[in-house]
Design a protein around this ligand. Structure first.
Ligand code: ADP
Length: 628
C-alpha cells in the first residue's frame, strides 16, 4: 500500500509531529509513503510536489512549528475539473489512500474526492489517461482525516492539533501584559483568532483570569456594552488594578456586524474614561514550536490514522481524540456537524451553537463569568466554612484551583477559609479567612500561595484536626494535592467513627506533576512539567546537533513513568527507561545496538530519557557510564 500525506488549510503547530508519526508508523508496517507538498494544490499540480518519504525524511522535525509539507489554499480543488486532475495524479503515482491533516475545509474536500473517486477514474480511463483496468471495480480510495486547526472548531475531537500551542501563546502574551498593566493601572483589549469559534478567547480568558470575554457563540443583545462597562467599573471599585478583556475576531454585535477593537476602546473611553490599549495577537498564535500536548496528540493520532488506513474498513473517517483516546468518526458526519455549527452562528442561532460546542465549553463560560465578577453575587450566609488547602509537594496550577474554588463557593454565599500547609497546617490551626479579592492575582503564580509541603501525618494529629474543624466551624474540605494528600484524607475518613467532627465531605483535587493518580486522565501540573521538560530537551537538541553525542536525561515522576514516556514521544527520544517497564541488561543491550546503527546511518544525537525511579539497580549514572 502506498499512502500519501498532505497538510492543508491554515497551518497549525504539531502538524509535523503528525507527519512524522504517520510516515514512520506506515514504513514500520511495510507501507510506502509519499509526502505531497502544498496541500490540495500540490495534489492537483502533481510532479515534483509528490516526494517519496523514507525514515530520515521526517528526522528532526518534531519540534518545528508550521508544516514541512507546506500548505496552500487551492481554488482548483474546489472544482470538479481540479479534483479530476488530482485523482489522475494520485492514480498515476499509485497512491491508494491519503491522510489529510487540516481544518473543516480540507476535510470537506477530502470527502468529495472520496465520493467522486470511481467517477473520476471512469472518466480518466475513457479519456485514455489511465489504463482501463484501473477504472474497473476500483477499490475505494482510502481517506483518513486528522483535525488540524488552532481554532479547535472541529467536530469529532475534543482538541484539534495546534489549539493547545496557540492557547499557550495567548496565555504567555496576556501574562506579560498583566505584569505591565499592574504597575500602571491599565486596561488591555486583546484580540485572538477564532472567526466562528470562541475556544481560544474563552479558554485564554479562563487561563489568564481575564475580566471580560467576547466570543462568536454568545448572543449579544443591544446592551452588551453596558454590562461590560458596569462589570469593569465594579472591578476597579473593588480594588482591581488592571483589566484584561479578550475577544475573538469573530465576535459580533447584535446586528451581526463584527465587533472591532476600536469600538471597544471607544466605549471604554467615553463610558469609563479609561484609555485602553489594544493588542492584536494575529499570526503569532499560529507560530512557534508545538507544545508537548500538541506533539503527543499529533503523534498518537498519526499512529491511529495509519492503523485505520491499513485496516479492513474503507469508510473515510476523521480520527480525533475523545476522552483522551483516539476515536474514528465517519468523515461525512464530521463535515456535516462542523458546517452545522457554523451555519447556526451565521444565522444567529447562538443557543444551538453553544449547545453544539459541548458541555466543557458551556461549563467554562459559566465558570469564567463567576470568576470575573468584581464581588460575589450572594451575601455571606451563616453556613460555617469550607476549608481549602494544598498538600505537598507543590504543582503548577494549584493557585488557580484555590482561586476558582474560593470564588465559586463564595459567589453562592459560602464562607471559605484557607488552611496553610495542608493537613499539617490544619492540625496546628494555621487557618486564615480568605476574601474575594485576596485571590485576584493568584491565577498565574506557580507553587501554592497557601503553602504545600511534605507532611507525615501521625495519629496524634487527628484529634488536633478535629478540634480545629470544630473551632473554625469547617463543614467541608477541598484538599488539592497528590498521592500523600489522598492518603491523609483517607486517614481522616477512617477516624470518623471516633471523631464526629470528621463527618464532613472531603473533596480531593488531583494536582501533581507526576500524573499518577487514579480516576483522572490528567493531574493539574503535569502538562506544565511536560512543557518544561521538552523546552529543555529542545535546547539540548539544538546545541548538540553538530556532534555525535548521547544525552541521558533524568526526569521526575517518582514511581510513575508518565513524564518520561510523554516527553519521549514529544521529543523523539531514542530510548526511554520507565519504572513500568523496568530496566534489564538485555534491554539496554538491544537499545544500544539500535542507537549504534542509528549513528552509523547518520544520526547525530541520541536522547535517552530515564524516569527517576525507573530501576532500583540501574540508576542514571549507571546508564550514562554504559553509554560512554
Ligand atoms: P481549513 O482546512 O483550515 O478549513 P480552508 O477552508 O481554506 O482551510 O480549506 C483548505 C482547502 O481545502 C481549500 O483551499 C480548498 O482547496 C479545499 N476545500 C475547502 N472547502 C472545500 C469544498 N467545499 N470543496 C472542495 N474543496 C474544498
Amino acid at each position: 500500500m502506498r499512502i500519501g500525506i498532505i497538510t492543508s488549510g491554515g497551518d497549525a503547530p504539531g502538524m509535523n509531529a503528525a507527519i512524522r508519526a504517520i510516515t514512520r508508523c506506515a514504513l514500520d508496517r511495510g507501507a510506502e509513503v509519499v509526502g505531497i507538498h502544498e496541500g490540495w494544490q500540490g495534489v492537483v499540480d502533481g510532479g515534483s510536489k509528490f516526494r517519496a518519504f523514507d525514515w530520515r525524511s521526517t528526522g528532526g522535525i518534531l519540534q518545528l512549528g508550521g508544516t514541512i509539507l507546506g500548505t496552500a489554499r487551492s481554488e482548483a480543488f474546489r472544482t470538479v475539473t481540479g479534483r479530476r486532475q488530482a485523482a489522475l495524479n494520485l492514480a498515476l503515482a499509485g497512491i491508494d489512500g491519503l491522510v489529510v491533516i487540516g481544518g473543516d475545509g480540507s476535510l470537506t474536500g477530502a470527502l468529495l474526492l472520496y465520493q467522486e473517486w470511481a467517477e473520476h477514474l471512469a472518466a480518466l480511463a475513457a479519456d485514455g489517461k489511465i489504463p482501463p483496468e484501473k477504472a474497473e471495480n476500483p477499490a475505494p480510495f482510502r481517506i483518513v482525516g486528522l483535525p488540524g486547526s488552532i481554532d479547535n472548531d472541529q467536530f469529532g475531537t475534543d482538541m484539534s492539533i495546534g489549539a493547545d500551542t496557540a492557547l499557550n501563546t495567548i496565555v504567555e502574551a496576556v501574562d506579560r501584559l498583566q505584569s505591565t498593566a499592574d504597575s500602571h493601572q491599565r486596561t488591555f483589549v486583546v484580540e485572538v483568532m477564532g472567526r466562528r469559534c470562541g475556544y481560544l478567547a474563552l479558554m485564554g480568558a479562563v487561563a489568564t483570569g481575564a475580566d471580560w470575554v467576547l466570543i462568536p457563540e454568545e448572543e449579544m443583545d443591544s446592551r452588551w456594552h453596558h454590562r461590560m462597562v458596569e462589570a469593569l467599573r465594579m472591578g476597579r471599585e473593588a480594588g482591581r488594578r488592571h483589566d484584561v478583556l479578550i475577544f475573538a475576531e469573530g465576535a459580533r454585535h447584535s446586528d451581526g456586524l463584527p465587533i472591532r477593537a476600536e469600538a471597544i476602546t471607544e466605549i471604554l473611553k467615553t463610558r469609563l474614561g479609561v484609555e485602553a490599549r489594544v493588542t492584536v495577537l494575529g499570526h503569532v498564535q499560529r507560530g512557534g514550536s508545538p507544545s508537548a500536548f500538541d506533539r503527543v496528540l499529533a503523534s498518537r493520532l498519526g499512529a491511529a490514522a495509519v492503523d485505520h488506513i491499513l485496516g479492513p474498513d474503507p469508510t473515510p473517517v476523521m480520527i480525533g481524540q475523545i476522552h483522551n483516546m483516539p476515536k474514528a468518526t465517519p468523515l461525512d458526519e464530521v463535515v456535516a456537524k462542523s458546517h452545522e455549527v457554523n451555519t447556526q452562528i451565521d444565522h444567529g442561532n447562538f443557543e444551538q451553537a453553544l449547545q453544539m460546542r459541548g458541555r466543557s465549553f458551556l461549563d467554562s463560560l459559566q465558570v469564567l463569568k463567576t470568576l470575573a465578577r468584581a464581588q460575589p453575587k450572594a451575601e455571606l450566609a451563616e453556613r460555617g466554612r469550607i476549608a481549602i488547602m494544598t498538600g505537598g509537594p507543590d504543582a503548577p496550577g494549584m493557585n488557580a484551583i484555590l482561586r476558582t474554588a474560593l470564588r465559586i463557593a463564595r459567589n453562592e454565599g459560602q464562607d471559605v477559609a484557607g488552611v496553610r500547609f495542608g493537613f499539617g497546617g490544619l492540625a496546628r490551626g494555621d487557618v486564615l479567612d480568605l476574601g474575594w479579592m485576596d485571590v485576584q492575582n493568584w491565577i498565574n503564580l506557580g507553587g501554592s500561595e497557601l503553602g504545600a509541603v511534605r507532611y507525615a501525618m501521625s495519629d496524634a494529629d487527628i484529634p488536633l484536626m478535629a478540634e480545629q474543624i470544630k473551632k473554625w466551624d469547617i463543614r467541608g474540605i477541598i484538599a488539592v494535592g497528590g498521592l500523600s494528600t489522598y492518603q491523609q484524607a483517607m486517614k481522616l475518613m477512617q477516624a470518623r467513627a471516633t471523631h464526629k467532627e470528621l463527618n464532613i465531605p472531603i473533596i480531593l483535587v488531583p494536582a501533581t506533576i507526576d500524573n499518577n493518580l487514579p480516576a483522572t486522565d490528567f493531574t493539574v501540573g503535569a502538562d506544565t512539567a511536560l512543557n518544561n521538560i521538552i523546552d529543555a530537551l529542545d535546547k539540548i537538541k539544538y546545541t548538540a546537533s553538530a556532534a555525535h553525542r548521547t544525552y541521558v536525561v533524568e526526569v521526575m515522576g517518582r514511581e510513575s513513568g508518565y513524564l518520561a514516556l510523554a516527553s519521549s514521544i514529544a521529543s523523539g527520544a531514542e530510548m526511554q527507561l520507565l519504572s513500568e517497564d523496568g530496566i534489564d541488561l538485555d534491554m539496554l543491550q538491544r537499545d544500544i545496538q539500535q542507537l549504534r546503527r542509528g549513528f552509523a546511518g547518520g544520526k547525530k544525537l541520541g536522547l535517552v530519557i530515564i524516569a527517576e525511579e525507573a530501576s532500583p539497580y540501574y540508576d542514571t549514572d549507571f546508564v550514562r557510564r554504559i553509554m560512554e
